[in-house]
Design a protein around this ligand. Structure first.
Ligand code: SF4
Ligand code: SF4
Length: 111
């Protein structure tokens, strides 16, 4: 089990555990879809899949990682950061959900 690092010591740009691990758990809301449209990125609405609890969710790859995770040479960066779903911006570094994501990531990577 990984030790819980204090929030101020966590670096999201070398982590991205909350963007990986499970399919269907990164919800996309109607306001997110509107943001994509207004930003001139309507194609992002094509990368939506049925999510949990009847929501729509970000498409994930075979590892359960969001399809928008990673930029060239920057595997932990969000490639649609400026228009990312509200839930991504609201996810709190150092929260119990953050630590759970990091624990799950460590387990699945065999760390
Ligand atoms: S919020 Fe937590 S799990 Fe997500 S990238 Fe930052 S440190 Fe990692
Ligand atoms: S949209 Fe960006 S921040 Fe949100 S889960 Fe995907 S890669 Fe992570």
């Amino acid at each position: 089990m990984s030790a819980e690092v204090p929030a101020e010591e966590l670096d999201c740009l070398t982590c991205s555990a909350c963007c990986r691990g499970h399919a269907g758990v990164i919800p996309v809301s109607a306001s997110d879809l509107l943001r994509f449209e207004r930003a001139g990125r309507p194609e992002l609405a094509l990368r939506i899949v049925p999510g949990h609890f009847g929501d729509e969710a970000m498409e994930t790859d075979e590892r359960g990682a969001c399809v928008h995770l990673g930029r060239p040479g920057l595997p932990h960066h969000c490639s649609i950061y400026d228009v990312r779903p509200d839930i991504c911006g609201e996810f709190e570094r150092g929260s119990w959900q953050c630590h759970e994501a990091r624990r799950f990531d460590a387990r699945t990577r065999g760390a």
